[in-house]
Design a protein around this ligand. Structure first.
Ligand code: DQA
Length: 146
């Protein structure tokens, strides 16, 4: 089983962004933790981060037939990107959306997710742990389906 973890714009800056929303850990640390989680679950994991909407759409399309599930934090594109939503919908790879911060308790514009409706679920507000719970939930769902 192969899981792709996708991070959107500015998440390469984790560790420098507002700690009250995003914590103090770096993206490299987060990915290292997720490697360990994947190993404990007996699945393969790959990572992709981009600041570019088209590159994120490309990686989702390229994942068809190669990955069984996606954990995605679309970051700011969550709230704006019809293209990313369409890519997720067309790929039909089960995906869970993650946000480090609780997007429902912040600016009004962050309360809207264009991408969540085409994901099987969303986890927000649990910090970096949210990625781990997302991966565990996704693998459980995928195992139940197979
Ligand atoms: C975020 C929330 C978004 O609103 C924001 O633009 C981000 C990160 C989060 O993980 O909490 O860049 O997706």
């Amino acid at each position: 089983m192969k899981i792709l973890v996708i991070n959107g714009p500015n998440l390469q800056l984790l560790g420098r962004r507002k700690a009250e929303f995003y914590g103090t850990g770096t993206l490299a640390e987060l990915e290292e933790t997720l490697k360990g989680v994947a190993e404990s679950l007996g699945v393969d994991v790959d990572f992709f981060q981009s600041n570019h909407e088209g590159a994120l759409c490309d990686v989702i399309a390229d994942a068809i037939g190669k990955f069984d599930g996606i954990v995605i934090n679309p970051a700011a594109y969550t709230h704006t990107s019809v293209a990313l939503r369409d890519a997720l919908e067309a790929a039909r790879i089960p995906a869970i959306e993650v946000h480090l911060s609780n997007i429902n308790a912040r600016d009004e514009f962050r309360k809207i997710s264009l991408t969540a409706p085409v994901c099987i679920g969303q986890i927000a507000g649990l910090g970096a742990d949210g990625y781990e719970w997302a991966m565990r939930a996704l693998v459980k769902k995928l195992k139940e389906r197979s």
